[in-house]
Design a protein. Structure first.
Length: 217
């Protein structure tokens, strides 16, 4: 890993995130007021068309706002990684990717490390998983080390939980813009209709497809 930026994922942040779909819907004419009242802000550079929550994480949703939208996907980014690309030995991407990681690190409450290691990323994911476990009241139903949801870089740990209506997937995922080469460390909240049946723990291929179905947009 060339660089890592992150902000710890707290139990309160997880609880709020899980609760957004069941909140009353917000009409477009009061969206600005609701965002201000919550202490949120619009964000268009760290992740395209996203928001920074009052917990300081970056929230992206398929809908304009996440509140009262149980049928749409949401993701909460609490870490950003610049992984080593074996096809970029000369770090040709470094001059524009390192400053982007610095933009993440400069966010309130975020910290950075350059260079970073796989162990650093796994440590961030482990601490985040502890918050999700405390919020859910149970350990993850499945844990798998996988690179199915990334473009470059090593495999990292994914952890899977389910609510009665949604899948929670904690792990790495390639950003779909604006960078392309960076990797989010994120918590995804996705309707279970995407793939409701959780594969067996030893069925790695099907688990990878299940993860992809829930985190890819």
């Amino acid at each position: 890993m060339h660089a890592l930026a992150h902000k710890p994922l707290t139990v309160a942040a997880v609880a709020d995130f899980i609760g957004y779909p069941s909140e009353p819907p917000v009409s477009e004419d009061v969206v600005e007021e609701v965002v201000r009242r919550r202490g949120w802000s619009w964000e268009h550079s760290l992740v395209c068309d996203s928001m920074v929550t009052d917990h300081g994480h970056v929230l992206c949703s398929e809908s304009y706002v996440p509140f009262g939208q149980p049928d749409t996907r949401h993701l909460l980014v609490f870490g950003e990684v610049y992984p080593v690309d074996e096809h970029d030995d000369e770090l040709r991407n470094g001059p524009w990717l390192f400053p982007l990681l610095e933009d993440w690190r400069k966010q309130p409450g975020w910290t950075g490390k350059q260079p970073a290691t796989v162990e650093d990323c796994e440590s961030v994911l482990t601490r985040a998983a502890q918050s999700v476990t405390r919020c859910m009241g149970s350990a993850p139903e499945r844990t798998i080390v996988s690179d199915a949801a990334t473009v470059v870089g090593p495999a990292l740990t994914h952890r899977l939980w389910r609510t009665p209506s949604h899948a929670l997937v904690l792990g790495p995922h390639a950003d779909n813009g604006p960078y392309g080469y960076l990797t989010h460390l994120q918590l995804s909240l996705t309707p279970l209709v995407c793939a409701p049946d959780l594969p067996a723990a030893d069925d790695t291929d099907t688990l990878n497809r299940w993860i992809t179905a829930h985190v890819d947009w």
